[in-house]
Design a protein around this ligand. Structure first.
Ligand code: SF4
Length: 557
């Protein structure tokens, strides 16, 4: 494990109550955890009190990089963020692209940690030279692009240097995102509300102190192949699969009443490509799958929507016009909200009002949520906490609203939703791709646990590297071994330890077998969950024994 390639640089802890900044060397931790999600999860597990309030000063939020963010390789323009989630009440990690990663590594640190609660709204400026705290009362309830404009005017820093929250984060919307580059979201789990609870509006990163990490020449092959690929995804991003997914009855429609949407083609890949007016990418990525779009008639511009937004604000709400979905996407980006959780919550509201297809109402309510105006105050709590009052079913797992890829059709994906520490999140294991391709029969849950464990471990490692989830055909397993200078099994072991730390932390907060379920029936789910626990070596109640998890982080005291 010692020789594995890993991120370098200290942990920078910023206490916004005291306005102090401390650097701590974490070489040993990085050797064991590589970087990104694994390193942040270990720190979160060891340094956030098990009984912490997600909105309390004792909660901590982590932004972390892996070793590849110091390369020029495609599929590495991403970073990880981890905290105790106000949506799931457990540990959650989320991942965003854009151009932040290279500016973050320029400060010379590997992990940024924020703790405490400021008594006024703050911007924090991190450079290779130190940390500066700036009170920014004028940015109260500012939209994300307004924060960027302020930083450009006052600091000459573009949005590629910033993370920022919008009104949703400040108003503690439980699915508020942290935005970077204006349009890229650390989306799932409500970590924007964690920053909001600390009164942190924005953090900037700038410097030239990048520690040297030698990356093997395989990166050039990856880059070359990404540049010359003619994948449809390069033109249509994730929306390219919309009609295929619809044809497979996996596109939840009208708040899960149906499995396919009659207007899928009107909001899918071709419709989005028609609105695309230039290329978009993340730093160093020649694949360039992002989707800057514009509607000439209305002048509306946004980036995306990606497939999950097409689902959450399109089919799930019965909205079949791509421009309406683009508008919802732009609202979520500027207000700072996860498009999946926001879209599912608005769909629940439309069902309660018998108003499917009313895009104007959807836009109005989306805005109300961010400011907790009127019914928005209820909806800002998310579906799990508001479904009773709305009189609709609770389509969440562990409080997290479902992604598309219907578990009622893709049973292995359904099992994954049930047991994932992060809840109803398709990125936690990605069983869906095996079931869509036919590599795994989508029917049934039994006999899939071993594959699920491997997929979870792989995803946890990938998020630690940090490698983009869309790079799998190019950053192959062999290349991962070369890039990280380790056997594939060693990489999976880093992922396994990460999943186990998340689970152990959540167990200490009361999560157990009862939380590993879905709101709908799946064949043999009970038995399949037991197979999963056995494959993981956990108890029949889904508990990680204390002795299985060692503390590996420096003390927070
Ligand atoms: S594949 Fe797409 S999302 Fe991933 S790093 Fe490249 S441009 Fe960004």
């Amino acid at each position: 494990m010692e020789g594995m390639r890993h991120a370098k640089g200290p942990l920078l802890t910023v206490d916004v109550s005291e306005r102090t900044a401390t650097r701590t060397e974490i070489d040993t931790l990085l050797e064991q955890t590589v970087g990104g999600r694994a390193t942040a999860t270990a720190l979160a597990h060891d340094r956030i009190p098990f009984d912490a309030d997600p909105f309390g000063p004792e909660n901590r939020a982590y932004l972390s990089t892996g070793p590849l963010q110091q390369s020029q390789m495609s599929f590495t323009g991403r970073m990880n963020m981890t905290s105790l989630s106000p949506l799931t009440d457990g540990l959650a990690s989320t991942n965003a692209g854009g151009y932040l990663s290279r500016n973050f590594t320029g400060t010379g640190i590997s992990v940024f940690e924020v703790v405490g609660k400021s008594d006024e709204l703050l911007a924090i400026h991190v450079t290779d030279d130190g940390v500066e705290f700036e009170a920014v009362p004028e940015l109260e309830n500012a939209l994300v692009p307004e924060v960027s404009e302020y930083m450009a005017e006052t600091r000459d820093l573009g949005p590629e240097h910033c993370i920022a929250i919008g009104p949703a984060g400040e108003n503690l919307v439980r699915f508020a995102s942290v935005m970077t580059f204006d349009s890229r979201a650390f989306g799932r789990g409500g970590l924007g509300a964690v920053l909001g609870s600390k009164n942190v509006k924005c953090v900037t990163f700038q410097g030239e102190a990048q520690p040297q990490i030698e990356i093997p020449p395989v990166q050039m092959d990856v880059h070359q192949e990404a540049a010359t690929s003619d994948d449809r995804m390069k033109r249509q991003g994730t929306t390219g699969g919309t009609e295929f997914i619809n044809d497979n009855f996996s596109l939840p429609t009208r708040y899960f009443e149906e499995y396919e949407f009659e207007h899928a083609a009107d909001i899918g890949g071709n419709a989005v490509e028609e609105k695309k007016y230039k290329k978009g990418s993340c730093s160093a990525c020649a694949y360039a799958c992002k989707l800057p779009t514009r509607d000439e008639e209305t002048g509306l511009e946004t980036e995306g929507p990606e497939f999950e937004t097409v689902y959450a604000f399109g089919s799930l709400q019965g909205v079949g016009d791509i421009v309406d979905v683009m508008k919802s996407n732009e609202l979520c980006d500027t207000l700072g909200m996860d498009t999946i959780s926001a879209g599912v919550t608005v769909a629940a509201y439309l069902k309660s009002e018998e108003a499917f297809g009313d895009a104007d109402l959807a836009h109005e309510v989306t805005e109300q949520i961010a400011y907790r105006d009127g019914v928005g105050d209820l909806l800002a709590e998310g579906v799990h906490r508001c479904h009773d009052e709305l009189g609709v079913d609770d389509y969440t797992v562990k409080g997290m609203e479902f992604a598309a890829h219907d578990g009622r059709v893709l049973h292995g994906q359904g099992l994954s939703y049930a047991v994932a520490n992060r809840g109803g999140d398709h990125m936690y294991a990605g069983m869906l791709s095996l079931e869509y391709s036919g590599e795994l029969n989508p029917e049934g849950t039994l006999g899939k646990a071993t594959t699920l464990v491997e997929r979870e471990n792989y995803a946890a490692f990938r998020d630690s590297g940090v490698v983009c989830a869309f790079g799998g055909d190019y950053v192959t397993d062999d290349r991962l071994e070369a890039l990280f200078d380790a056997e594939y099994d060693e990489l999976l072991a880093v992922g396994a330890a990460t999943v186990e730390r998340e689970r152990h932390f959540n167990n200490q907060r009361g999560f157990d077998r009862g939380d590993d379920t879905t709101p709908y029936e799946l064949p043999d789910l009970e038995a399949a969950v037991q197979e999963y626990y056995e494959a993981r070596g956990w108890t029949a109640d889904g508990i990680v024994p204390d002795e299985a998890v060692q503390s590996v982080s420096p003390s927070a005291d």
